[in-house]
Ligand binder design. Sequence first.
Ligand code: KG4
Ligand code: ZN
Length: 354
Amino acid sequence: MIVLGIETSCDETSAAVVTSERDILSNVIHSQLDDHRLYGGVVPEIAARAHLVKIEAIIDEALQRAGVGFEDLDGVAATGGPGLIGGLIIGTMAGKAIAAAHALPYLAVNHLEGHALTARLTDDVAFPYLLLLISGGHCQLLIVRGVGDYQRIGTTLDDASGEAFDKTAKMLDLGFPGGPAVERAAQSGDKDRFALPRPMRRKKHCDFSFSGLKTAVRRQKDLLEQERPLSNRDRADLAASFQESVADSLADRTSRAFEVMTEQFGSGRPLVVAGGVAANKRIAEVLRIQAKEAGSPLITAPLELCTDNGAMIAWAGIERLKLGQTDGLDFAPRPRWPLDSSAPKSIYAGAAKA
Ligand code: KG4
Ligand code: ZN
């Protein structure tokens, strides 16, 4: 099976060709970072226009690099949500048009499902597994029981982890995108200089919270600035202290999730970490320690498959196509689309950015 995947839910325009044998024949990703840099964040209207300008060329390039034509495809998958509506419409229309013109099955893929199933593309991981999804719009713990079968056991109650990185970077004038900027600054910083809170530590549930931590960073910054302007050393130390606090909090919540997982499925099931924040080396390190303590393998995708990409959408499409779960051409994009519809409603678990 060969499937074309299209991703346009946020600020990456991407198209990829993937096979059911787990071969990524191509994965073309155009990041709009430069279009948004001036504004210090993703501007939805600019994102939508940029997707529209690029989408055709990106799809052509993906097919060309893969060495296939439309006639070789067995299906077309496009992100149907959650995400920014303008981009979702463009990707969905492109996917539907190709499916209609070439009489191919069409799959409207949940972006979060794309992140959730990537570990099966890269590492052939068997169900069930524990998934920590940490991105710009989400911070969730899920038990992935099967394709389309997700049990959300924790979510952030306010900011997503990536969002906390982005806001902290803005506060400290470290640049855009925030996550990598904070990580870079933290490298030369002292993580023990400032005692920042560890949100939700030791709580019985598996939920997260990052807004209090963000406020603590601001308060610390204000305190320093009462004396003198912030130095680069202050910035680095604050970035390192912040990063350590997020890492600790993620590790603590994940250790609680391992207990929940063990109660249901026994010990040793894998921990999969997905989403842009998984690129953070310190966070990956503390999660590795946590997984080892729980006797579980830790699986993180390579960087280009951690952040948004078409290959994960193509793969989720393949998984669904194998089960005959295709969609009608009347599918309407869903800016909000939680993975676990039975979990309590939370605007932070299926919100406009993943
Ligand atoms: O999954 P993703 O590529 O896209 C969406 O959220 O849709 O995640 C992007 C998020 C951003 O908030 C970015 O700041 C964060 O991941 N991020 C990082 C790092 N690289 C990206 N956060 C911390 N450390 C990093 N190295
Ligand atoms: Zn994402």
